[in-house]
Design a protein around this ligand. Structure first.
Ligand code: DQA
Length: 139
């Protein structure tokens, strides 16, 4: 399948950012892991990362008619962005939500996810492996 993998704000800081929560591996390692997992599962994958909500809305809109599925870690926008939720609803592309950490076991404000309202599945707390599980969902 043709899949778009979207990573939201501050995920480009992996390795530096709160390693006790997000791990010591950097963002380039995550991208390499996603690419090799996708290849093994026979998916064609396009990777996108942005720190900007509007850019994430734009890439979701541009996925319409192009991609069969979306894997998204909206990062902090998970908990705030009606715009990303609306964009996912607008394009109607099957979406799986991923979080490296277990958002249900952290601060109260992380327990609510707008994207969960549209996601077919939410995978959290599995680190990098969560992305592989999301790709497996589409396999
Ligand atoms: C995150 C969890 C979010 O609450 C946080 O804002 C992130 C990363 C995760 O992958 O665990 O930036 O989405």
């Amino acid at each position: 399948m043709k899949l778009l993998v979207i990573n939201g704000p501050n995920l480009n800081m992996l390795g530096i950012r709160e390693p006790d929560i997000y791990g010591k591996q950097d963002f380039a390692s995550l991208e390499a892991y996603i690419r090799s997992s996708a290849e093994e599962l026979g998916h064609a994958v396009t990777l996108f990362q942005s720190n900007h909500e509007g850019e994430i809305v734009d890439i979701i809109q541009s996925a319409y008619g192009v991609f069969d599925g979306i894997v998204i870690n909206p990062a902090a926008y998970t908990h705030t962005s009606v715009a990303i939720l609306d964009a996912l609803k607008a394009v109607g592309i099957p979406t799986v939500e991923v979080h490296l950490s277990d958002i249900n076991e952290r601060e109260e404000f992380r327990k609510f996810s707008y994207v969960s309202m549209v996601a077919k599945k939410t995978i959290c707390g599995l680190g990098f492996e969560g992305y592989r599980k999301a790709l497996e969902y589409f396999a």
